[in-house]
Design a protein around this ligand. Structure first.
Ligand SMILES: C[S@@+](CC[C@H](N)C(=O)[O-])C[C@H]1O[C@@H](n2cnc3c(N)ncnc32)[C@H](O)[C@@H]1O
Length: 235
């Protein structure tokens, strides 16, 4: 199935379009996987299953994804995967990543590409990275979504300052970050490099205000302007 056909087949509610990765981001994942030789793939966070469908279209192979909240999304990711004909390739674990990932480590599972797009709180992303690191093959990659979020940025900063066994790859997607595992973790037990950054604090405060529950005329105007400049439906 082509990625164009995926877009014609899957359904993502317009009012919740921002939950899924953008089609352009999913296309990037697809094209990245296409260059690899039969990569084993793992994904945290199913959402509407857009990324999962593009991943399976690229690899034509099994794909494992976990998410305890499919019911919150009308089980639409599962419907999308079925509609695309990828149902038999999918291993869906309806559980929290903090339950599934340690079990996978215990079972000695290994993957070539791990896409982290689940719990977006700092500790959630950090825990997902902690286990993904144990599950990724040498030369394999860990991909993060939503790098506009301060939580993701701090996890990225941790990796860049503390994990010399990862190399940040140059990618054209502004809202994603890709790290390749290029060696062994050589840190001793006392290792710690400060990774807190003050960059983007103001931007983060703005984002929290704009998406926060308090309403008012200024916020209404800003949201109206944002929709005019970049309509959600065109993402
Ligand atoms: C942004 S959505 C993923 C979108 C998906 N990549 C797509 O393209 O449709 C994030 C998903 O992570 C799930 N999630 C949140 N916390 C999680 C956790 N602890 N473990 C696994 N999934 C989690 C949510 O239920 C949600 O479906």
């Amino acid at each position: 199935m082509t990625t164009k056909e995926i877009e014609e087949t899957i359904h993502i509610p317009v009012e919740d379009a921002t939950t899924a990765v953008r089609a352009s981001e999913a296309q990037f994942i697809h094209d990245f996987l296409k260059q690899l030789d039969k990569p084993k793939t793992l994904e945290v966070g199913f959402g509407y299953g857009r990324s999962a469908c593009y991943i399976m279209a690229a690899t034509d192979d099994v794909h494992t994804v976990m998410d305890p909240f499919q019911n919150h999304y009308g089980r639409q990711a599962l419907k999308n995967v079925e509609a695309c004909g990828f149902g038999e390739k999918l291993t869906f674990l309806e559980e929290y990543s903090h339950h599934v990932l340690p079990e996978m480590v215990k079972d000695g599972k290994k993957y070539d590409v791990i896409f982290i797009d689940g719990d977006h709180k700092f500790d959630g992303i950090f825990v997902d990275f902690y286990y993904a690191d144990m599950l990724v093959n040498q030369g394999g990659s860990i991909l993060f979504h939503d790098t506009w979020m301060r939580s993701t940025q701090l996890v990225m900063s941790f990796i860049e300052k503390n994990r010399k066994d990862y190399r940040k790859m140059n990618i054209p997607q502004g809202n994603m970050a890709l790290y390749q595992k290029i060696g062994e973790d050589q840190r001793n037990g006392m290792h710690f490099k400060e990774f807190y950054t003050t960059r983007k604090i103001v931007k983060h405060a703005f984002i929290q205000w704009i998406w926060g529950p308090k309403k008012g005329p200024i916020k209404t105007f800003v949201l109206w302007l944002k929709e005019k400049i970049r309509p959600t439906a065109n993402r």
